[in-house]
Every structure is written in C-alpha cells, then in structure tokens.
Design a binder for this molecule. Structure first.
Ligand code: PEP
Length: 256
C-alpha cells in the first residue's frame, strides 16, 4: 500500500502575516488527524520557508520549496540552491511546474539538472509533468509526458528515482477550475506507472507516488484520490484556504 501525499503549492501568494496564520491553522488541524498513511507538505514562497519550518517543527507537516537552482553554489543572484534548502531542513522541492516551464522557459534538460542537484543534497523533487490543451486535443498527451519523464528523470539510478514524487498536472486544468475527470487522471497515472515499470521494474513502479494536480478541491478530491493510480494531490488555489486544504487531507485519509 502506497502512502498518499497532499502538497500545497502557495505559489506567489500571501503576506508574511497571512502565511503565518495559514500555517498555524493547517498545522493545528492536521495534528488532530490520524495521518499514518498520508503525508502533508506545505510549499510556501521562499522568504517564508524559515517561518513555516519553525511553525511545523516536530509536527506531521513537512515543508517544500517551489523552485531550486540547477547550481549548488556561486554567483547566481536571486537563486536558491539545494544545499541551502537542505541546511534549513527543507525536505521537498517542486521542480518543473508548468508556470516555471512557461514563464521562465525551463526545459526538460534544465529540469534534469535541478532534479540532480536536489537529490544530491537529499531533497525530494516533486516533479511536475503534463500537457497543454492543444497537445491533449491533438491526442499527444501521452507522448508529451513520456518525453518529460525520459528527458528529466530517466537518467536517474533506481535508488535516486525512488526519492522522486511525480505530479501529473494537465496544464489546461491548473488554476482554471477545469479538472481532469477521474478517468482522464487514472488513464495518465496508469500510463506513467507503466513507463516507470518499463524503466525501473515492478517494485519501483508499485512504490512510486504519483500525485494529481489541476483545480483539485474538496469537492472533487475523493473521486480523484480513489482512483487506483492516483496517490494524492498537488493543490494550488485550494491550499490557500486552510479549512479546504485540511478537508482535502481528510479526504486523502478516507481514500487509504
Ligand atoms: C498547481 O499550481 O500546482 C495547481 C495544481 O494549481 P490549482 O490547484 O490552482 O489548479
């Protein structure tokens, strides 16, 4: 039985004070739940990492960054590297979010370097993949995600790949209120697991955590998370509302 994971991607939202309130609200509520088979991760904006780490210290809530440099140290003004995050005890990092691919032109090749740097310093990548609408309408969605995995992840040795969480995020569903149907999500997740099986074998594929992301809310989480190959969610908009995010965590517990 795989662990389910629910991660909140706050993107570039909230003031410091609002983020403090949200962190406290989520952490207090999550601590009252039985989280044996569900992991919760908060991914705040980088300047808030320290504060969120402090408020979640010794709780069941883990912390992730939203981005990472492909370099370890050096003259890269404004960047944040894996060893820096590791020295703060950040455990996860979102890599390859479609907004970074689109607005910051991050290629599969660059993302492979980011994945390498994260893993080298013990940070688990939450690696995002997914097709844009025209690719789905053109029937190319499976090929697109296949290339994303092959070019950014499949160079990894098995022991490293085991530390990667995959998030399937159809770009047309992100922040649009338009969710993939449970059947569309299951089709893609089963396909991703099959790709992992072909590359790394059955045990790695069985253990791989594959999240769904794209307008996931408390209203649709149950139908998505109860699909056999959907192992939780990467939640954007709904993670900014404490009560709804905690409700999504509760739904994940019900699905285990
Ligand atoms: C995301 O940005 O990863 C995401 C899934 O956003 P939303 O839930 O708002 O669609």
């Amino acid at each position: 039985m795989r662990t389910l994971l629910v991660a909140g991607n706050w993107k570039m939202n909230k003031t410091f004070q609002e983020a403090e309130v949200l962190t406290e609200q989520i952490t207090e509520a999550v601590e009252k739940l039985h989280l044996d088979s569900v992991e919760v991760v908060l991914c705040p904006p980088a300047p808030y990492l320290e504060m969120v780490l402090d408020l979640t210290d010794e709780t069941h809530v883990a912390v992730g960054a939203q981005n990472i440099s492909d370099h370890d140290f050096g003259a890269y003004t404004g960047e944040i590297s894996a060893p820096m995050l590791r020295s703060m005890e950040v455990e996860y990092c979102i890599i390859g979010h479609s907004e970074r691919r689109k607005y910051f032109h991050e290629s599969n090749e660059l993302l492979a370097q980011k994945v390498n740097s994260a893993l080298k310093f013990g940070i688990a990548p939450i690696f995002c993949c997914g097709e844009v609408l025209s690719e789905r309408e053109g029937g190319n969605h499976l090929d697109v995600v296949k290339s994303q995995l092959e070019e950014s992840l499949f160079h990894l040795e098995e022991k490293d790949f085991r530390n990667v969480v995959i998030a399937y995020e159809p770009v047309w569903a992100i922040g649009t209120g338009k969710t993939a149907t449970p059947e569309q999500a299951q089709e893609m997740h089963a396909y991703l697991r099959q790709l992992i099986l072909s590359k790394y074998g059955e045990r790695v594929a069985e253990d791989a955590i594959i999240l769904y992301g794209g307008s996931c809310t408390a209203g649709n989480a149950f139908n998505l998370f109860s699909q056999p190959d959907v192992d939780g969610g990467l939640i954007g908009g709904a993670s900014l509302k404490g009560e709804e995010f905690v409700e999504i965590v509760r739904i994940a517990i019900d699905c285990t």
